[in-house]
Design a binder for this molecule. Structure first.
Ligand code: CLF
Ligand code: SF4
Length: 532
């Protein structure tokens, strides 16, 4: 089908400086200086030298727009937008929006008043919280009054917090002026197709101009609005990320074309996420047995897109009321009751001082990584790459006990490179102080494609079982920075392979977790939202 741009890219390039900066950065594969080859993930080497200063200011402490920042800075969502104007086959309204959230229910809908109070409360308790997003549980722009009232108030009362919104794009073109009015300079559009024939398999209907539209016509309208919205945002200098849900057999190969088309229109990042689909979620795909991708299927599509729009691989498919670092969830500390009782002191100076400290740690991690890469590059090069899993609580360090991990971060190690390539959610191994051996097989399945797991500490039982499964548990780099430690381990591994002490073997595939957590630290099920 035709993918004619609605605003010519040449026109965009003649536009404002911010627009040129976005287009240049997008054209070079995102944050990388490596140009044509693109990068495995945004921020793995991003820094002020890699992009125009104005773009760096926007991404440097946004945990979704910079992989490096996501180890150090937190985001939060406020669930002020329950209604939606389309239906996706992977969504059941009583669950979070699958565009931007994992399939769990949000604890409560908020009014703009409640949302503002909650943001100020979180900002005073978590000074490294730098971004406020509205990501459902429906569609932010299908609830424009509540969405923009919340943003308006926050732009006045918490001026240092970046504002971010997520949308399916149907109502986007009409709302671009409003978006710019409140300095919302990060927008995510979920784009799963650029061909309405593919779209008709994903979207049974949209609500458009006071009527329900179905089939190819619905997908055609949605596609047109998404492309127009993306081009308009690029023209205004808004950093736009595209999220795509990878649905095996429906849009897996097609996402390569999506990647090309959104890059052409100035998308800064492309985030390809696995479909999460279980019958228990009550979605069309869940009930019809549409499966999600395996870890290697997801990686293969992401790898095939390298060279197109820059890829995000650290998305956690967050809840619409998530609070904290990506991968951790502190929303239970900020329920409406608790916020009501908190004494909220929004101290801008204190927040800035804290963030300066965070920046020192982040730069130390970056410097350690560069030094490790330089020294690894000088060593004899291995002609293979491996994946390793890492247990971390943030700060870019290996600082978590194996038994306390609800996710592992995955790094790909090759000659002189340590690249973040994703994460794997797991059930908590340690339940109430004791190791739970029943959880181990599911943890092994989740990191089965890894050669080692790097942790701060690990008990004898899981250690033996991991070894039996061919995964080396490594705790000798406890509290060190991830990339430098991982490269040091890889150097030892490579030397052992070279000396014949060890034989290098390929690993198998791994499973992406679909259901709810069963760990005791997992988010408890909460009251479901009524259907929008
Ligand atoms: Fe939220 Fe989304 Fe903004 Fe981030 S999340 S609205 S861009 S502040 Fe981030 Fe969460 Fe993935 Fe979204 S990890 S689901 S990409
Ligand atoms: Fe659900 Fe989000 Fe799709 Fe709306 S846009 S149907 S809330 S996944």
């Amino acid at each position: 089908m035709s993918n004619t741009a609605f605003v010519s890219i040449r026109d965009l390039q003649r536009g404002r400086t911010a627009v040129s900066a976005i287009l240049e950065t997008a054209a070079s594969g995102g944050c990388s200086t490596t140009g044509g080859q693109g990068k495995a993930s945004c921020g793995s080497s991003d820094g002020p030298a890699d992009m125009p200063a104005e773009i760096w200011e926007k991404v440097k402490n946004h945990p979704c727009y910079s992989e490096e920042a996501h180890h150090h800075y937190a985001r939060m969502h406020v669930a002020v937008a329950p209604a939606c104007n389309i239906q996706c086959n992977y969504c059941n309204r009583k669950y979070d929006c699958s565009n931007e959230s994992r399939p769990g229910v949000v604890s409560a809908k908020l009014t703009p008043d409640q949302a503002v109070k909650k943001v100020l409360a979180v900002a005073s308790e978590i000074p490294q919280m730098t971004v406020l997003g509205i990501a459902g549980p429906g569609d932010a722009l299908a609830n424009p009054k509540k969405t923009f009232e919340t943003f308006r108030r926050l732009s006045e009362e918490a001026p240092d917090i970046k504002l971010c919104l997520s949308t399916n794009g149907l109502a986007l073109p009409e709302m671009v002026d409003e978006i710019c009015k409140y300095n919302i300079d990060h927008v995510t559009i979920t784009i799963n197709m650029v061909d309405p024939a593919v779209g008709a398999k994903i979207y049974p209907w949209i609500f458009w101009q006071h009527r329900r539209v179905t089939g190819i016509e619905a997908a055609t309208i949605l596609h047109r609005q998404q492309m127009l919205g993306l081009e308009m945002l690029t023209a205004r200098g808004v950093l736009t990320k595209v999220n795509s849900v990878l649905i095996p057999g429906i849009n897996d190969e097609h996402l390569i074309e999506v990647n090309r088309e959104v890059k052409k229109r100035g998308a800064f990042l492309h985030n390809i996420m696995p479909l999460i689909s279980e019958a228990e979620h009550g979605t069309v795909f869940g009930l019809t047995g549409q499966r999600g991708p395996s870890a290697q299927e997801l990686k293969a599509v992401q790898d095939a897109c390298m060279g197109g729009a820059n890829l995000m691989r650290h998305c956690r498919q967050c809840r619409a009321d998530a609070v904290g670092l990506l991968g951790e969830d502190r929303s239970e500390e900020f329920t409406a009751d608790k916020v009501e009782q908190m004494e909220v002191i929004y101290d801008l100076d204190k927040r800035r001082a804290y963030q300066e400290q965070v920046e020192v740690t982040r730069q130390a991690q970056h410097a350690a990584k560069l030094a490790a890469e330089a020294s690894a590059a000088a060593a004899p090069a291995a002609d293979f790459s491996v994946l390793v899993a890492v247990a971390t609580e943030g700060e870019g360090k290996i600082n978590q006990h194996f038994g306390h991990a609800t996710e592992f971060q995955i790094y790909e190690l090759s000659a002189g490179r340590a690249t973040f390539v994703g994460h794997r959610r797991v059930d908590l191994y340690c339940q109430g102080g004791y190791g739970e051996d029943e959880q181990l097989p599911s943890i092994v399945n989740a990191i089965n494609d890894c050669h080692a797991v790097l942790v701060a500490k690990i008990g004898a039982c899981p250690r033996d079982e991991l070894l039996a499964a061919g995964i080396e548990p490594v705790d000798r780099y406890a509290h060190e920075f991830i990339e430098s430690a991982a490269l040091a381990w890889f150097g030892e591994y490579g030397a052992q392979v070279q000396s014949g002490e060890r034989q290098h073997q390929e690993r198998g595939d791994a499973r992406i977790r679909q259901g709810a957590y069963t760990g005791t630290q997992a988010t408890p099920a909460a009251e479901a939202l009524p259907a929008a």
